[in-house]
Design a protein around this ligand. Structure first.
Ligand code: PLP
Length: 410
């Protein structure tokens, strides 16, 4: 019988047990603990150093509005249509030009536009990781990468990260015994540690990886956010045949547009394109065209300059406040760019207990253990310095200092 629009919902005695239907792979999926902490930070009066959020008051909202209107008026039909998986060609050309200025050797055909770098991480997992395959990451490393890769059920070997980035010297011993699918590295202003891989270590990394025939994934969302010191040659520039380079508009423009890109040898781009096609056909045509308009009008360059200035000021305010309010046993990194700094407390302090205390003082951070593949590092925490305004940074660090002092003197 055909429905005429009025019908009774079907009721039966049988209930579907969805938990039994989820496939085995689902057990490797989890929601990010940071998202859980962020729920708390939405509450009034809470000062949050937890998220990886850019400063919203700097978003070029008016420029986006102008770009939207311009794209719709001049190429509205194209902007609302399906488009190639590889990405909008004029944006790829503009990106190739930008990348070349940044000394990354690439042509438009080496670029794939993605739905943020996060999608690139998933696609990389999809094409390279089979169940039980070994991969190498830093220890700690970006939580979202762990989440993306873990879906494909790899065995993760973590290489320690110190103040000069990943301890590349430790790689050789691992590679003598293991044949990982890739080495995942954060070269600039590491998330969560804020540290930068030195030039010498980049060279050593490239040499070691090439000796053992292991590709490198260079994830670089923060490279253009250097507010002090000198840029260091990207890893891909040292050996473009063996490196996949990832970057994103999230931190230099706005994360809500969900637009990132991969630079890789064409053979890899082709496989990533197939994987992306199966996932979402292509990244939003409209968003790519708007972003191209913004890049073409020089807004990105000016905007990046402004955020470097503001984030540099905020980093200084945060470290100055820490000097003033944190007990002397507590140590922290002093990043020359990016969004995050890393705090190490005496071994006996558990950052999760500290977070409980901190929430009572209405200040939040992310306990560092979530960034370790083996969930060690319980005496560490990550602080974001880009999102809160200066007065809130000062007040938040003062509150955190109080909590730390209580903990260390109790
Ligand atoms: C190291 C790293 N890679 C990738 C991403 C994901 O960025 P996107 O917003 O482009 O997906 C982030 C976001 O914080 C990050 O810190």
């Amino acid at each position: 019988m055909e429905s005429n629009g009025k019908f009774e919902p079907v009721t039966t005695d049988v209930t579907t047990h969805w938990e039994d239907i989820f496939c085995e792979r689902c057990s490797a999926m989890s929601s990010s603990i940071i998202r859980e902490i962020l729920k708390f930070t939405q509450m009034p009066d809470v000062i949050s150093f937890a998220g990886g959020l850019p400063a919203p008051e700097l978003f070029p909202v008016r420029e986006f509005e102008e770009a939207c209107v311009h794209v719709l008026r001049t190429a509205g039909q194209q902007a609302l249509q399906y488009s190639p998986t590889e990405g909008f060609m004029p944006l790829k050309e503009a990106l190739a030009e930008r990348m070349q200025k940044y000394h990354v050797p690439c042509e438009p055909q080496n670029i794939l536009l993605t739905n943020g770098s996060q999608q690139a991480l998933d696609l990389i997992g999809r094409i390279f990781i089979g169940k039980g395959d070994t991969i190498i990451t830093g220890k700690p490393t970006y939580l979202g990468a762990l989440q993306a890769f873990k879906v494909y059920e790899p065995r993760i070997i973590g290489i320690p990260v110190d103040n000069e980035g990943m301890q590349v010297e430790a790689l050789e011993d691992v590679l003598k015994k293991e044949k990982p699918k890739f080495i995942y590295v954060l070269p600039n202003f590491h998330n969560p540690k804020g540290v930068t891989l030195t030039f010498q270590r980049r060279v050593n990394l490239v040499k070691t990886a090439a000796t053992y025939g292991i590709p490198i994934i260079e994830d670089d969302p923060y490279g253009e956010l250097r507010f002090e010191g000198e840029d260091i040659t990207p890893i891909i520039t040292l050996h473009k045949e063996n490196v996949l380079y990832l970057s994103t508009f999230s931190k230099i423009l706005a994360p809500g547009i969900r637009l990132g890109w991969v630079v890789a040898p064409q053979k890899i781009i082709k496989k990533l394109v197939q994987a992306k096609q199966a996932t979402d056909l292509h990244t939003s045509t409209f968003i790519q065209m708007i972003t191209h308009d913004i890049v073409k009008r020089g807004i990105l360059k000016a905007h990046a300059k402004e955020i470097r200035k503001v984030y540099g000021e905020r980093r200084h305010i945060m470290t100055d406040s820490m000097e003033e309010h944190f007990p002397k046993e507590v140590k922290w990194t002093k990043p020359e760019g990016g969004l995050f700094m890393w705090v190490e407390m005496p071994q006996e302090v558990d950052a999760w207990d500290l977070l409980d205390e901190a929430t009572k003082e209405k200040v939040a951070f992310v306990p560092g253990s979530v960034f370790f593949p083996d969930e060690t590092g319980r005496n560490t925490m990550r602080l974001n310095f880009s999102n809160a305004r200066p007065d809130l940074i000062r007040e938040g660090i003062k509150r955190l200092g109080r909590v730390l002092t209580r903990k260390l003197t109790s």
